[in-house]
Design a binder for this molecule. Sequence first.
Ligand code: NAP
Length: 269
Amino acid sequence: MKKIVFIGAGSMAEAVIAGIVKQGVIEPQQVYVMNKSDDERLISLQNKYGISIVCKNKEALKTADLVVLATKPKDIHQAMSDIRPLLTTQAAVLSVIAGVSIETIENGLGTRPVARSMPNTSATIGKSATGVAMNNAVDETLRKHVLGLLEAIGLVKEVEEDDLHAVTALSGSGPAYVYYLAEALEEAAIAKGISKDVARSLIIQTLEGAAAMMKETGTEPAELRKNVTSPNGTTEAGLKALEGRLFKEAIGECIDKATARSRELGAQS
Ligand SMILES: NC(=O)c1ccc[n+]([C@@H]2O[C@H](COP(=O)([O-])OP(=O)(O)OC[C@H]3O[C@@H](n4cnc5c(N)ncnc54)[C@H](OP(=O)(O)O)[C@@H]3O)[C@@H](O)[C@H]2O)c1
């Protein structure tokens, strides 16, 4: 992979650029970026990461091996019609745009290798949980390149394209559910007289510790839960309150609704 051109220079493009440059996945000079009009933003990315920029001169697209689509969904049709005449038939595409199908990209840019990913906001600190689906034109070499690029912003799992709706509901929106849980825990702790600072620190460490226990021990979450729950103890009392409020059903409905919304938005794009 000699040349990557980012179409869109926003926060998601920067997350990927930061990851690949910091981890040496590619030399900064091989990374080009363009946007619609914000020249200052391009210069700031160039100064920060040593990458090349493509302003009015879109010639760089003619020799691109990979184009990363990173605009908002509403801008992608315009962006694709702008760049299509400049791309070679070999140029591959990696999209990080939520809800835009591989078919839409093939229609907009012609039949070519396309990978469609769904990262999450933790990409900004290299901790995204990303799902990716690829079309049949992606060969093994390109597949490894794409996975390498996405691994620079966190963990990556390959899925069927249709499953990206559920992935969007789970890990795309997932950080918001965790923040909501953190908010609720913090409010409850403050109501019990714990200071905000102390509550915040304890919550962050509890979330990190629980995630690390699942990851490092490989033990089933249900088993880990049972290990913390002594009969008639405090945890059991707390969990019973959650069961009483149909916690699992609420989470199930949350994923159902978010998946359905992803399908609806996908049908509109
Ligand atoms: N942010 C996240 O955490 C996150 C998570 C998962 C997926 N995503 C996906 O990532 C995509 C980008 O999100 P973002 O937060 O990075 O958006 P953003 O900060 O608004 O950036 C969008 C970029 O697209 C550029 N653009 C618009 N029209 C263009 C065109 N015709 N040609 C070239 N560039 C064009 C904009 O340029 P100007 O500034 O010059 O207008 C801007 O640089 C979205 O589709 C979103 O679904 C984001």
